[in-house]
Ligand binder design. Structure first.
Ligand code: MIG
Length: 820
């Protein structure tokens, strides 16, 4: 009898479980709309057990949130900033029977009432995005997924530094920050999670930011080419749709939503030298003086983990670095900035100050039973601060006080995925507890933001210690928004040609994803580069946002001079070029800090109307700022390669000559240029219609350049640039202490006019005159006038076909007119 009852109960339980499971997946079949309720900034629509809330943040930004089987989650985001600068439009909601339509002024969002499928149109009625109509989304006990139609000719960019083609189509990805030494092409996931991508179709672009910190996934037709999808095993189905239609507006709007890259200190744009590790003060001094002795410019020297006592963060090994304070000071006098690594793992040993303090205050993440989670990393058994608590962040920031006082100018936060040794999952268990301002949750939600909150703490800590100094923090792990606090690099790449090639899709991918201040280990981290590879990579480094040479333990030396005089001379030439080009690079970064458009970028951002730029053919080239196109040699065994030449006239950056396209009757070569750069060359081209500022050579950025600021003028259409300068390290620029002047040029018939507008801001730049070099001179000028006065001190160079003239600096507008 008892057994029968038990069996009956068991059967009932099974039936109930099956029923519950069926209910949870049923949403896509349900067809009852219970309510449509307008909200001040959008609408809410309830179908069965699913509620979809759609709100407009800006006419081109619409947010979608889904609650299934319960209320919405608390509206928190680690990524989205408060001051987006958006203005919510007055939306218009119209109930049209089978559909409900929300208009933002720029977009129409149409929701099908029987499926909740969403379709988005622009004001002109052009279809932009469409949910899969039969199954727009699925909710199962394992998680949820949103499904979108994938047009044949749509291409996808972003998701951070995924190591595949720039176009992410046909690939699938996971977002789970992972320490992957020796990652390879297509290794996934990597160190960062930036769940944002841009779709581009026929020159029109939109973006989707899936603001979910769980282990999300993105499928761009890896398994199906009719639909793409994204989803996660937890958290909320919550995403922002961003309209372009220009790709730059998508990228800029995403940066506004999650915070733009702040203007970095000038020295960080100089050459940076690193290695794991320079093992002693003597070795550091040998390397730094090696640069000065050979007059190879450089600004930054890094100390990797071995400067520490037993790998314990915030300590110093006094055997090998007995006078670190003096060393930092001396190096400072020689124009060096010292950057120290300070990982987030704290050795779990009583008597070690960071452990004692944090332990006493209960600052470390916990096991479910309330004890500290302890995992082995470099210092041995370690604990991990709970950076999601502001109190903990504040404490962490205070740990930098001694180093800051010493004059250390930057900090490197590595291993912050967080990496934990000797575990299959390479990180802490999922049930380790974090406490987001008191709300207890676990690593399913927090893992991907651990690095973000780590650098949040470091950045704000540095600001608190030195409020008028722009912090420099370098992070390995990130989530969307980490660009507000730290620069990043692509982790442990390898000393191979293919990894040099991967510098392009990884850095441009980060650029699309809000991350503009980025580098790769020049030379490759693991393994030892051949001399040629290191030379080519050094040339490429000149045209990367961060130019940082780094090497793993056990690999050969990597400083520019290690391969004999021929290679040294070439490397030196390119590092020098970096310094000459700093006014352009700094001005471009300043623009990035205001617009969110990255310095190093996909061709499609500048040339969306050229269909070739969304194809894989465009992947070996990129724009560096508004005016330079770089097409490095990134494949070893090739007899040259072809570059796509965008519309208009282009100049060779190195010679100043117009680029002549040859072989144009060969249809294969139409609009292309064949390149086969020698060891000492990297192809760089300038758009006609640009003005490139360059400065006299310095050995580091604390040296004031001597001589005029060069303005290289390449006449052509849309010639409108500007030059920016400030003190390079404080926040004075926010108080008006900067200099900005608009530059423009105009050519008509046989004359060229170049204008320098009145300077803006209170800062007096270092230059007192300009050396203006105007390219594309058909012949020696008949006359040159500066500020309306004819001058005779101009020079015509027949070989480079350029005219140069000295122009005094003035706060007032000035102009130069050349008559041929
Ligand atoms: O487990 O600090 O990616 O740049 O040199 C390796 C030593 C730890 C990994 C970083 C690398 C750094 C290295 N770190």
């Amino acid at each position: 009898m008892k057994l029968a009852i038990l069996l009956l109960l068991l059967c009932l339980t099974l039936i109930f479980a099956a029923w519950a499971y069926a209910q949870s997946t049923e949403s896509q079949h349900a067809d009852v709309v219970t309510t449509v309720s307008p909200l001040p900034d959008g609408l809410e629509i309830t179908m069965g057990r699913t509620v979809l809330r759609i709100t407009a943040l800006n006419p081109n930004v619409v947010r979608f949130r889904y609650a299934h089987d319960g209320p919405f989650r608390p509206d928190e985001s680690f990524a989205v900033v408060k001051d987006t600068g958006f203005t919510a439009p007055a939306v218009k909601v119209t109930d049209k029977g089978p559909e409900v339509v929300m208009q933002t002024g720029e977009l129409s969002v149409v929701v099908n009432k029987s499926s909740l499928a969403v379709t988005i149109y622009d004001a002109a009625g052009r279809l932009i995005l469409m949910d899969r109509s039969d199954v727009p989304f699925t909710f199962t006990p394992e998680g949820f997924q949103s499904w979108k139609r994938m047009p044949d000719d749509e291409h996808y960019y972003g998701l951070g530094d995924k190591a595949v083609s720039e176009d992410r189509r046909q690939h699938g990805f996971s977002m789970w920050n992972t320490d992957v030494p020796m990652w390879e092409e297509s290794t996934d996931p990597l160190y960062k999670s930036i769940p944002f991508f841009m779709g581009v179709r026929q020159g029109n672009a939109y973006g989707i930011f899936f603001d979910n910190t769980f282990r999300s996934n993105f499928q761009f037709g890896k398994f199906n080419d009719g639909f793409y999808s994204f989803g996660a095993p937890g958290g909320e189905l919550n995403y922002y749709f961003i309209n372009g239609p220009r790709p730059k507006r998508v990228v800029g709007t995403f940066a506004a939503l999650t915070g733009r890259t702040p203007l970095p200190p000038l020295f960080t744009l100089g050459y940076q030298q690193c290695r794991w590790s320079y093992m002693s003060e003597a070795r550091v001094r040998e390397v730094t003086s090696g640069f000065r002795k050979r007059s190879i410019p450089a600004d930054v020297i890094y100390l990797d983990i071995d400067y520490q006592d037993r790998n314990r963060p915030f300590t110093v090994n006094r055997q090998t670095f007995p006078t670190l304070e003096q060393m930092v000071k001396d190096l400072g006098q020689e124009g060096w900035k010292t950057v120290l690594i300070t990982d987030l793992h704290i050795a779990a040993v009583p008597g070690y100050k960071p452990f004692d303090e944090g332990n006493k205050a209960g600052y470390f993440v916990k096991n479910p039973d309330g004890t500290n989670f302890v995992g082995p990393v470099w210092p041995g058994p370690s604990v991990f601060p709970d950076f999601t608590r502001s109190e903990v962040r504040k404490w962490w920031g205070s740990l930098y006080a001694d180093f800051v006082k010493m004059g250390v100018r930057g900090f490197w936060n590595d291993m912050n995925e967080p990496s934990v040794f000797f575990r299959a999952d390479k990180t802490m268990p999922l049930d380790v507890v974090s406490s987001v301002e008191g709300r207890k949750t676990d690593q399913r939600e927090i893992h991907n933001v651990f690095g973000l909150e780590n650098v949040h703490a470091t950045y704000e800590g540095l600001l608190a210690l030195a409020p008028d100094v722009r912090p420099f923090v370098l992070t390995r792990a990130a989530y969307a928004g980490a660009q507000r606090y730290a620069a990043t690099w692509t982790g442990d790449n390898q000393a191979t040609w293919n990894h040099m090639r991967l510098s392009l899709p990884t850095v441009t991918g980060l650029g699309v994803s809000g991350y503009a201040f980025v580098g790769v280990d020049v030379g490759g981290f693991s393994g030892s580069p051949t001399p040629e590879l290191l030379t080519r990579w050094t040339a490429l480094g000149t045209f990367l946002p961060i130019d940082r040479n780094h090497a793993a333990k056990g690999t050969r030396d990597r400083e520019p001079w290690v391969d004999g005089p021929e290679h040294e001379a070439i490397r030196k030439k390119f590092i020098e070029e970096r310094y000459r080009l700093l006014p352009y690079i700094y001005t471009s970064m300043e623009e990035t800090s205001r617009t969110g458009v990255p310095l190093m970028r996909l061709m499609v951002l500048d040339y969306p109307d050229d269909p070739r730029m969304t194809g894989r053919e465009a992947e070996g080239q990129y724009m560096f700022g508004n005016n330079l196109l770089v097409a490095p040699k990134v494949k070893e065994f090739v007899d040259g390669y072809d570059m796509l030449v965008p519309e208009g006239v282009w100049f060779d950056y190195w010679t100043g000559q117009r680029v002549a396209l040859t072989n144009q009757d060969n249809p294969e070569m139409k609009g292309k240029l064949h390149l086969n750069p020698k060891l000492d060359e990297i192809p760089v081209f300038v758009r006609a219609g640009s003005i490139i500022p360059r400065q006299p050579l310095v050995q580091n950025t604390s040296e004031k350049p001597k001589g005029p600021l060069e303005l290289r003028v390449y006449p052509g259409p849309k010639c409108m640039d500007y030059i920016y300068s400030d003190d390079g390290s404080s926040f004075g620029y926010k108080r008006g202490e900067y200099y900005r002047a608009q530059l423009s040029c105009e050519s008509s018939g046989n004359s060229v006019k170049v204008a320098i507008a009145a300077g803006e801001g209170k800062y007096i730049p270092w230059w007192t005159s300009y050396n203006m070099v105007v390219a594309d001179a058909p012949k020696a000028p008949a006359s040159v006038a500066v500020g309306g006065q004819p001058v005779s001190n101009f020079h015509y160079d027949a070989k480079s076909k350029s005219v140069s003239v000295t122009v005094p600096f003035s706060q007032a507008p000035n102009e130069v007119v050349i008559q041929y």
